[in-house]
Design a protein around this ligand. Structure first.
Ligand SMILES: C[S@@+](CC[C@H](N)C(=O)[O-])C[C@H]1O[C@@H](n2cnc3c(N)ncnc32)[C@H](O)[C@@H]1O
Length: 264
């Protein structure tokens, strides 16, 4: 498989320049801190990793961890490696989680990880940035037979209209873009560009926190998600919708896949 190239800009490394953990919790629409999400999706992936690792301590990779709310639930027997492109947030996560995890700043498009080092992976709300590269980096880091849990928010799911409308009312812009998955496979995706977002003040001011989110990528259907994950080399173990309330939408719906790197 060739490495997919995404046409959308992403956030760059300054996502957290104006947003600490408290701001993040108040603004961002993620299921990361929900224990039922952990139990439904991350726990089975970790149970599988323990079987795979045998007597060794299983290693788990989290890409695009941000404040790492999803890491709060990981049991002590798992060795955690967590990474994000934005270096500003990592000291804060490290202070909260202490020695439980190793953190490093890296762009998922270009991360030097030992191939096959991890027995498990997780990416929560990560597919909104360079989704092809995120999947490819995870695939490369997992050992054969290992699993990861990955979620997507579909643009065309009616439950998510409130989410998009909230940002469009505050200066966000939607764009159409082509996501190149392989030379032969392209997906038509939606870009949500936050760079013109303004605050609710009167008169409105540039929203320095939201503008740092840059441009996010949203796939239009579950079929497109299946195309992307299978083109990245993964087998699909399961796919479930998951609903949760967030700061701007009382009923988001994400599609959560448990994926497996084929056994050698
Ligand atoms: C919406 S947050 C999700 C974080 C966290 N997993 C959660 O659910 O709360 C997206 C994160 O992706 C990071 N990010 C954006 N582009 C990235 C890239 N190319 N490589 C790695 N991380 C990236 C941002 O810095 C941000 O922290």
């Amino acid at each position: 498989m060739s490495i997919p190239s995404d046409t959308l800009a992403g956030s760059g490394s300054t996502y957290h320049a104006n947003m600490d953990t408290a701001d993040y919790a108040a603004h961002i629409n993620t299921p990361a801190g929900r224990v039922d999400y952990y139990e439904q999706f991350h726990e089975p992936v970790l149970a599988h990793a323990r079987e795979l690792a045998g007597a060794r301590r299983p290693r788990m990779l989290d890409i695009a961890c941000s404040p790492g709310f999803e890491l709060d639930f990981i049991p002590e027997d798992i060795e955690v490696f967590a990474t994000d492109i934005s270096p500003d947030i990592l000291p804060e996560v490290q202070r909260r989680l202490g020695d439980r995890a190793m953190f490093f700043a890296a762009d998922a498009s270009n991360t030097a990880l030992r191939p096959g080092f991890a027995a498990a992976g997780m990416m929560v709300n990560a597919m909104i940035y360079v989704p092809g590269q995120m999947l490819w980096t995870m695939f490369n880091a997992l050992q054969p037979g290992a699993q990861c849990a990955v979620n997507f928010r579909s643009f065309n799911n009616p439950n998510n209209a409130v989410f998009y409308d909230h940002y469009l009312e505050r200066g966000g812009i939607l764009t159409e873009a082509d996501l190149k998955v392989t030379d032969d496979v392209h997906l038509s995706v939606v870009g949500l560009d936050y760079r013109g977002c303004v605050t609710d003040d009167e008169p409105p001011k540039p929203d320095e926190k939201l503008q740092r989110l840059g441009t996010q990528t949203y796939l239009g259907s579950v079929g497109d998600m299946v195309t992307l994950v299978t083109a990245s080399g993964f087998e699909i173990v399961s796919h479930e919708p998951y609903q949760f309330p967030s700061p701007v939408n009382p009923c988001n719906e994400v599609d959560v896949f448990i994926l497996q790197k084929p056994a050698a």
